[in-house]
Design a binder for this molecule. Structure first.
Ligand code: NCD
Length: 311
């Protein structure tokens, strides 16, 4: 399956470095994989003879499963690297571990790490392609792409839309990848959350900042509701979950005051009753399960495109 424009990158480290045309070519490529995502019996051979290692140094359910499944569906061999049982716990450096894995003939490394820049470091040292599956609070490019794909699928375009990223912007790599991707494709982006969770320097990325969700609701075509990253908070950033929910929780009542046809996205995992209510998460405005399916198509597209660039 050919990409619509030449993709020359071995790595996908972030959306910041990509052009709008490169992003659109990956979205189109992902679209072409959607039919085989919906048919688990469909066996493809695009990556036959290639091997992909999943290096996850941070917890993950859907991203790790999604990358593993994407690679397998394309006919690749997949190695799941368990950090707990590896020589990292014996003191081996991260780069040595990765080089040793590469010496086994790996073509692609998918890496998630709590330290920003880890995938970039690997990309400098390895001949294999590197895909960033989330580096600290920096970027999560495949999540950014799957959010873009879901918006384009549901609303038919991205250019000219107003998209609000709601919640814990400070600790969110999903927010950063969304901002880069959405702005490049011509959307207006508002980041909205408590002042303690919206870093002032975020304005330099070209977004608008709001702290009052009720005020911006009528303007938004899309609400991308981000999880409170409880594990990354260094102190109390808001008085309590109940106050947070009162001001920023996406409820049926709030949606009734939003623009008609507003689309609700959430990268997951969702803290039900904190960022959004179950009614909203499972309701007609929500595309959370489409996001998961689209995530598989995006990861198939990214692995395929990068492997072909590795050669
Ligand atoms: C996101 C992540 O890990 O950054 N989740 C995911 O990839 N499924 C968002 C989150 O953890 O809140």
């Amino acid at each position: 399956m050919a990409l619509t424009s030449p993709w020359t990158h071995r790595h996908l480290l972030g959306l910041e470095q990509l052009t709008a045309a490169e992003i659109v070519s990956l979205l189109d490529h992902a679209d072409s994989f959607l039919p085989s995502c919906k048919d688990p019996g469909a066996k493809r051979t695009d990556l036959a003879g290639k091997s992909v290692v999943n290096l996850f140094f941070e917890n993950s359910t859907r991203t790790r499963v999604s990358f593993g499944l994407a690679a397998r569906r394309l006919g690749a061999e997949v190695i799941d690297f368990a950090v707990g049982g590896s020589s990292v716990s014996k003191g081996e450096t991260f780069v040595d571990t990765a080089r040793n894995i590469e010496a086994l003939g790996i073509h692609m490394v998918v890496v998630r790490h709590s330290c920003p820049g880890t995938p970039h470091l690997l990309a400098q040292h390895l001949r294999a392609g590197v895909v960033n599956a989330g580096d600290g609070a920096h970027e999560h490019p495949t999540q950014g792409l799957l959010d873009l794909l879901t918006i384009r699928q549901r609303l038919g375009r991205i250019e000219g839309l107003t998209v609000a990223l709601v919640g814990d912007i400070r600790h969110s790599r999903v927010a950063r990848s969304n901002i880069h991707g959405l702005l490049k494709l011509g959307a207006r982006v508002i980041v909205c959350g408590p002042p303690t969770l919206v870093p002032p320097e975020i304005c330099a990325m070209g977004v608008e900042v709001a702290h009052d969700l009720d005020r911006i609701l009528p303007e938004c075509h899309v609400l991308n509701v981000l999880r409170i990253q409880f594990e990354r908070q260094k102190g109390p950033n808001f008085p309590g979950v109940r106050e947070y929910f009162h001001l920023y929780g996406v409820t049926k009542e709030r949606l009734a005051r939003a623009r008609q046809g507003v689309l609700v996205l959430a990268p997951g995992p969702i803290n039900r009753g904190v960022e959004l209510t179950p009614e909203v998460a499972d309701g007609p405005s929500s595309a959370v399960l489409d996001q998961v399916t689209n995530g598989l198509a995006v990861r198939m597209a990214v692995l395929d495109a990068c492997v072909k660039a590795v050669g």
